[in-house]
Design a protein around this ligand. Sequence first.
Ligand SMILES: [Mn+2]
Length: 434
Amino acid sequence: MFEMLRVEAKKAIEIIEKHEFARIYTHYDADGISSGAIVALALMRHGKSVHVSFLSGLNEGVEEDELVIFADMGSGYPDILSSLESDIIVVDHHFPAGRIEPKRNFAHINPHLAGIDGSFELSASGTAYVLAEEIGNNRDLSSTALVGIIGDKQKITGGNLEVIRRGVDSGCIEERDGIRLISGKIRDVLRLSLEPYLDFYSKEDELDDFLDRFGIDGDREVDELTRDEERKLANAIAIRILKMNSYPGVFEDISGRKFYLRDELIKNAVMLSEVINATGRKASQSVGFGICMRDEGYLDRGYELWRKFTEEVHQEIEKRRDQVTEGECVRYLIMENGTSTGPIASVFSRYLFSDKPFVALNIKRDGRVKVSARCNRGLADKIDLSEVMRRSAEKVGGRGGGHVVAAGANINAESVDEFLREVDRLCCIHLSSS
Ligand SMILES: [Mn+2]
């Protein structure tokens, strides 16, 4: 399955061998942090030294160096790649846009260029794992790849399944039947979970009724449930999700298999991914990176950031769900100095408003606007949000892109109205032309 990726990975290794040092730029989300850790560990084990920086996008400004490696970013920015006086390796799964004319040595490891669906079937972390496996004996890093697979809400199929299979074969990933949930007592998990989102956060009485009705002991640890207890819980969650008018695919997305990771500091793969994601969202990527590098010193801080971030997102969801504006073909929410837009847009588009794409805008004090657009896979057959974000942002002098189901943009505050009109118009065109 990875033959074509491995050809490009071999090219990357030829470039790596010319250098003693690599500057690594990676994205600040769970897929980016885990990709960065996989590449960094593989290079360090191979005797190279590295420096890792986290960016929210490539437009943030990148320093040239002898060897620059981009992880979970790069493929969508051919102009920037073409302008750098550096040897460049891109390890990405975003859809490649435009022609890259590299000034020096260049390798582009991207599933889309190798016959694999990078939107759903191979994350950047999985792509980084393919490179790591080519560099040396790095099979244990397959468990780190799961952080990005889960973080990017990818499917456990295709390339991702192949990465997991390698981990299972080498004993570092343990697969169990069940649903993928965070760790903790059932009561806390149901209240705090964002994937699935179950709308219990400040509804403690409703949660008690729910547990009673299904005969579930809320004090049991999710990671220690018997098969029967697990089945009962899964059934109750499925019913809850159905009643919320969610996108029907959400239950399928979390059920079937769950994963425990022998070599990681946090054994439950979902919990690990959530903690890493939270560190990025709270601008403490180095904590998440440290946890991916398996340095125990970062663990307590990671859990603390996770708790804080998760509670903030729940509070923001409850505060904002009545402020949502209905467009023709999208819904949107405009926040000023809000918390991060991505997690809120994800929950809204998958659980609370699943019939249209959702766009969350956060206007920051400096007048810049961070935009996150999300839709569920049911809508993705018709709408390509990466194109919608790219074109709408370009129309107002900003920049956008991403994935079919999860995309983003950066624009200026004065162009919000025009931008949203264009987003709505393009979504309508996508919907009607399919
Ligand atoms: Mn990614």
